[in-house]
Design a protein around this ligand. Sequence first.
Ligand code: NAD
Ligand code: IPM
Ligand code: MN
Length: 377
Amino acid sequence: SKTYRICTLPGDGIGPEIIAEAKRLLEAVGTACDVEFACEDQLIGGAAIDATREAGEDVSALPPATLAAAEAADAVLLAAVGGPKWNDTRPGAVRPEQGLLAIRKNLGLYLNLRPVRVYEALRDASPLREDRLDGVDLLIVRELTGGLYFGEHRREHGVEGAGVAGAAGDKAVDTMEYSEYEIERVIRWAYEAAARRDGIVTSVDKANVLETSRLWREVNHRLNEEYPDVEGEDMLVDNCAMQLVANPSQFDVLVTENTFGDILSDEASMLTGSLGMLASASLGTGTALYEPSHGSAPDIAGKGIANPIAQILSVELMLRYSFQMDDAADDVAGAVEDVLNAGWRTADLADDDTPEDKRLSTSQMGDKIIAAFQARA
Ligand code: NAD
Ligand code: IPM
Ligand code: MN
């Protein structure tokens, strides 16, 4: 049978708890499909910072061995990084998030897909009025290796007039840059995807203020002409933030730059009921990486109550995009749906009406989804 090598990156906080469920599911998928998923854990984020420091190596959130393993793997599955332990704001401090940015950049993963699906059973879990969720099914295409994230980040000390009341003080600089080709490749992907979906691309920018956005908008118009069967539109990001809660079903494919996509996708996750539902695929030139859209959730870490579904649906995306195992991917998505339809809920999806005997821990949710997968496969 075929063997796929998966570089698994548990990271920090709830990371190890949720990725454990995804690995168990992968094993079940392997058994059902007669393929082997050979998972190998590597260090990233705060866990890597601590380990490299302890070993007396160069302190790093992405040790060279991790990057090498990711490059050599058939796919990377990441959980989450970061936490209060590593929140040193002093300039020059090594932060867990640098590990994530560095692996994305080094693997050339310029495209981040965040599908927002409303599950019928979770309609009442969303804070939005249920009728607003009718027909919601959108794909957020986020640029991932450019913009503010990868501009210059700099601090200047003792700058005249930068302090309070005219005194000398600190000044901080972050720059936002985009080249035409960086914009083109993500917007093109959005048009290609829309052509296979409902045929609408909403390109989100701040062209009334930002030069990068004006370039972004020009590229969108050019591509719009190349794809006559796709309806292309521009939307300002502040309006988009409002439209996402006022009238989310108008969207099909939403394409935007790095920072806007980060913020809008967390907002959009609440259409599904919880940030714990939102998976993502990071694609580009190197090994593809699959990760939940959420973070390490330090507020619930170690309690065994995190929702593993975003991580599990990231496996679904891996099966689809990296291994062309569409049937297995459909069964994973279907298994999640079956479990939700049966009323099972992790804490983030539960409310006062959720019966006590339907409330699940992280590993119990993993058990249910694996059983539902096996029943389908
Ligand atoms: P977060 O996404 O970790 O958590 C936000 C809120 O959502 C919290 O209340 C959390 O409990 C809840 N939540 C998130 N995922 C959940 C899940 N699977 N199940 C149940 N509840 C869940 O955002 P934050 O608290 O702002 O950030 C915490 C740390 O995570 C920071 O260090 C941040 O940089 C990092 N972060 C990492 C990633 C990543 O690794 N991809 C993404 C976002 C944030
Ligand atoms: C995400 C996260 C990351 C990002 C952070 C942790 C660097 O918020 O994947 O959405 O902003 O890209
Ligand atoms: Mn984010």
